[in-house]
Design a protein around this ligand. Structure first.
Ligand code: IPE
Ligand code: IPE
Ligand code: MG
Length: 234
């Protein structure tokens, strides 16, 4: 099967199962997140190779702040490290990086690091990579509403397209395929608006065990789907 012929343009992944992976190996949860980070790098490379144009991954939700302090600190440390360490590699790999989510929850220096990475990769044309950190679908929608309310000369009526242009994802197409690893079958507040017509794929594989073969399996499954968008087959 030539999967290149029907490759999804935008793949969104919820990278779940890091903690359980670590627990199974009698390791601290932190080790699951570290391993998960390595898998993410591999999946970026595979996505590029397979011809995926947009890859969005859910790394930290607005609800994940409710985890124990040391786990949150560990994840934020990995995020910071990624922002500084990945600039050179991202440019070399022609990967444009965007961070989506609520930046109000971040220190100013962290926001500067995000801006720096986004700026450095702005002209990259290979893979568009979106990292969702302190991201919540409801929060994104409410922030969009608040941006609109602040407009001085705002219209009295707006369309769904107008509304989309105020979301963090305003520059990118809606996901074609959503993959959730780790066995749970729920959205956990991910891209609520953008995934209105996305195809869902769930796997029990824990994120640190995910790999290119599993990604191809998900894509092959996607290619078998009939996307109707409310119409009927004629
Ligand atoms: C996903 O893995 C990563 C984050 C939510 C930050 P989890 O940490 O949720 O792993 P499980 O679901 O507890 O195994
Ligand atoms: C969703 O995973 C968030 C990320 C993968 C970043 P969670 O592990 O936080 O989701 P729930 O709690 O199982 O719904
Ligand atoms: Mg989880």
């Amino acid at each position: 099967m030539n999967i290149k012929s029907a490759i999804p343009k935008h793949v969104a992944i919820m990278m779940d199962g890091n903690g359980r992976w670590a627990k199974r190996k009698l390791l601290p949860r932190k080790m699951g997140h570290i391993e998960g980070g390595k898998v993410l790098e591999m999946i970026c490379a595979s996505s590029y190779k397979l011809g995926i144009k947009y890859l969005t991954v859910y790394a930290f939700s607005t609800e994940n702040w409710n985890r124990p302090r040391d786990e949150v600190d560990g994840i934020m440390h990995l995020f910071r490290k990624y922002l500084t360490d990945s600039i050179e590699q991202s440019v070399k790999n022609d990967m444009r990086v965007r961070v989506i989510g609520n930046r109000e929850g971040f220190d100013k220096d962290l926001v500067n690091e995000i801006d720096k990475l986004e700026e450095a990769t702005r002209n990259c044309k290979g893979l568009n990579f979106q990292l969702a950190v302190n991201y919540g679908g409801k929060d994104e929608i409410v922030r969009a509403v608040n941006k609109i309310l602040l407009l001085k000369d705002r219209k009295s009526v707006i369309s769904t397209d107008d509304f989309s242009s105020y979301l963090d994802t305003w520059e990118i197409p809606e996901p074609d395929l959503f993959i959730r690893t780790g066995g749970e079958k729920r959205l956990s507040n991910f891209m609520l608006w953008e995934m209105a017509y996305t195809e869902f794929y769930f796997t029990d594989i824990l994120w640190p065990d995910f790999n290119e073969v599993e990604l191809i399996k998900a894509i092959e499954d996607f290619t078998m789907r009939e996307r109707r968008y409310g119409r009927i087959e004629e």
